[in-house]
Design a protein around this ligand. Structure first.
Ligand SMILES: Cc1ncc(COP(=O)(O)O)c(C=O)c1O
Length: 358
């Protein structure tokens, strides 16, 4: 098993899917349509923060669906303000714009950086981005992404990005030296799709200082590494720093599509009426999902749990994979762990899918 299957006849052929369809879930488990149970380590690609069928989330969403799903940003959405206030509290930042996906949050960040530059008289703003980064699949975010496979076939790419290697302050300084067009530095604290590559704590602190010295925005994509996955609300908090702009999505809505751009004081008032908008972003259903997700995470101590279960998982993986041919490194933080192999991972994946059933 675990070979990928050809696409269905009517959906576009964009995914190499496993031959598994999931019918339902409960907590950390999911069942396929043949009744086989799996431990869900994928969590919908870092989305199902509360697991499946959570006893507090489900009734809250049912209640919301019965009241109002969507209204539009022409009206006030009370839970938008509530969720924004909570995000401000846990991030120490100041204002939030809501969208529906990670790429949309990152598009918002890129627009903020460009307008930040234009407002200062910089006509051709440039943003520093990173090798192996992943920021999404819209034309701007795939241009910021550091993966040629994602970009191939979609040129011309959006200009205005300068690419540097991870964790290398000298390279960042060299790439930006004398360049008055630089407006922002943009990265994931722990790269997800690029292979679980963490930025070092001292590097994060040095980049924060460089951004302050140069009046650049520090923009940290916490779409995948945020929302408690590493044991803090946001992974950069392990370094004791604050970004100026922080895109979020994925786990913020426990499965209901949601995105957010959180801005600190330096970026909070760059957009004015008419500069940015979206139909679905901030809708009552997504906002309720976000409010309940954060409330339940706090009630159930899920940050501490991510550290505890992450430590257990790392220890177990280290023990069980010891001596395994092709194992290079196990790295990451909390429940955001990656296993780097020097051999193709298909066989290991197949074994995991076979044995995950318990
Ligand atoms: C770090 C990061 N940013 C952005 C995205 C794009 O999010 P979405 O797929 O919701 O557009 C992803 C998706 O994997 C991601 O990992």
């Amino acid at each position: 098993m675990a070979q990928t299957e050809a696409a269905s006849p009517h959906t576009m052929n964009t995914y190499g899917r496993l031959p598994i369809a999931l019918s339902h879930g409960q907590g950390v488990y999911v069942w396929d349509t043949a009744g086989k149970r799996y431990l869900d380590a994928l969590a919908g690609i870092a989305v199902n923060t509360l697991g499946h069928n959570h006893p507090k989330l489900v009734p809250a969403l049912q209640d919301q669906v019965a009241k109002i799903i969507h209204s539009s940003n022409y009206y006030h959405v009370p839970n938008q303000e509530k969720l924004a206030a909570k995000l401000v509290e846990i991030s120490g930042m100041s204002n939030v714009f809501f969208g529906s996906t990670g790429l949309e949050a990152n598009e918002g960040a890129i627009k903020l950086a460009r307008k930040f530059g234009h407002d200062k008289g910089i006509e051709r703003p440039e943003i520093v981005v990173y090798e192996k980064a992943f920021h999404g699949r819209s034309i701007a975010t795939l241009s910021a992404t550091g993966n040629e496979k994602v970009q191939k076939g979609f040129g011309p790419l959006v200009e205005g990005f300068i690419r540097v290697p991870l964790n290398d302050v000298a390279a960042l300084k060299a790439a930006t030296a004398g360049n008055k067009n630089v407006v922002a530095v943009f990265f994931e604290t722990i790269q997800g799709e690029g292979g679980i590559n963490p930025m070092r704590v001292d590097y994060l602190q040095q980049v924060r200082a460089l951004c302050d010295q140069n009046d650049w925005l520090l923009m940290i994509d916490e779409v995948q590494c945020g929302m408690g996955r590493t044991g803090k609300w946001f992974a950069h908090q392990w370094a004791g720093i604050k970004p100026d702009v922080m895109p979020l999505a994925k786990g913020l809505g426990s499965g209901v599509p949601i995105g957010a751009v959180v801005a600190g004081p330096k970026a909070a008032h760059i957009f004015g009426p008419g500069n940015h908008g979206t139909t679905f972003g901030g809708n009552p259903l997504a906002m309720r999902a976000g409010v309940e997700t954060l409330r339940i995470m706090e009630e159930e101590g899920l940050l501490a749990n991510a550290v505890k279960v992450g430590d257990h998982l790392r220890a177990a993986l280290t023990r069980e994979l010891a001596g395994e041919k092709g194992l290079k490194e196990i790295r990451g933080r909390g429940l955001m762990l990656g296993i780097e192999l020097t051999v193709p991972c298909g066989e290991l994946l197949a074994r995991a899918a076979e044995t995950a059933c318990c």
